[in-house]
Design a protein around this ligand. Structure first.
Ligand code: DGL
Length: 233
């Protein structure tokens, strides 16, 4: 029978926290979690075998995400962190169904969307993988809280391979960033959400492109704070 109430009283503080992503991107979230919760044990699953999720079908992403979640539950994790926007956008519901309120599930889109929607942002841009942009989840989630915010989403698929190849501070990456950020869709934005957990690895280069004109949201710290709040409760 499905549980419809969250009751986490059976969980013990000693259990590890399970975190997953398609590759190294989720480490930006894991690093923030380690900073905020230094005494916690973390299990990190980077599904590099199936990277990039951003180019896969919803069905495939659901399959990978539920399999990894089962693995992390078998490892006795007391919370599951979906440290991947593409997995959140395509498989959050299925992961929640599988977990069935046995442990808390933290994703990387809803806490960011909620925070942005309650602050002063009028024109928000989101850069993300194709799988995240196609889901429209950022727009839906922001507009659920504040329907006056204009949200423009742009798929920026070349950034993940550049990061996985280690091309940080590299002319190739600079030219990819320039080409994407100068897209007319992002012309009037005041705020940019990095809608992929890989992208904070390029946050300095992205901030450099904008100077002080656009606020670039530090998404990993928002998800990590949400986890801390839930665990404290
Ligand atoms: N880190 C993933 C995300 O946040 C993107 C990488 C991929 O395409 O697998 O969407």
């Amino acid at each position: 029978m499905k549980k419809n109430k969250q009751d986490f009283s059976h969980l013990s503080a000693k259990q590890p926290i399970g975190i997953f992503d398609s590759g190294v991107g989720g480490l930006t979230v894991a690093k923030e979690i380690k900073r905020l919760l230094p005494h916690e044990d973390l299990i990190y699953f980077g599904d590099t075998k199936h990277l990039p999720y951003g180019e896969k079908s919803s069905e495939a992403i659901v399959g990978y995400s539920t399999k990894i979640t089962s693995f992390l539950l078998e490892k006795n994790c007391k919370a599951i962190v979906i440290a991947c926007n593409s997995a959140t956008a395509n498989a959050l519901k299925e992961v929640l169904d599988l977990v069935d309120n046995s442990v808390p599930v933290i994703d990387v889109i809803n806490p960011v969307a909620e925070k942005v929607s309650y602050e002063i942002h009028n024109n928000v841009g989101v850069i993300a993988t194709k799988a995240t942009v196609n889901s429209g989840l950022y727009k839906k989630s922001i507009r659920k809280h504040n329907k006056f915010i204009k949200v423009d989403e742009l798929a920026t698929p070349l950034l993940v391979p550049a990061i996985e190849e280690g091309f940080k501070n590299h002319p190739i990456t600079h030219s990819i960033i320039y080409n994407y950020l100068s897209n007319s869709k992002l012309k009037n934005i005041e705020t940019l959400i990095l809608g992929c957990t890989h992208y904070p690895l390029l946050i300095d280069e992205i901030r450099q492109y904008y100077g002080n004109r656009v606020r670039v949201i530090d998404s990993p710290s928002i998800g990590a704070n949400q986890l801390k709040m839930i665990l404290e409760k």
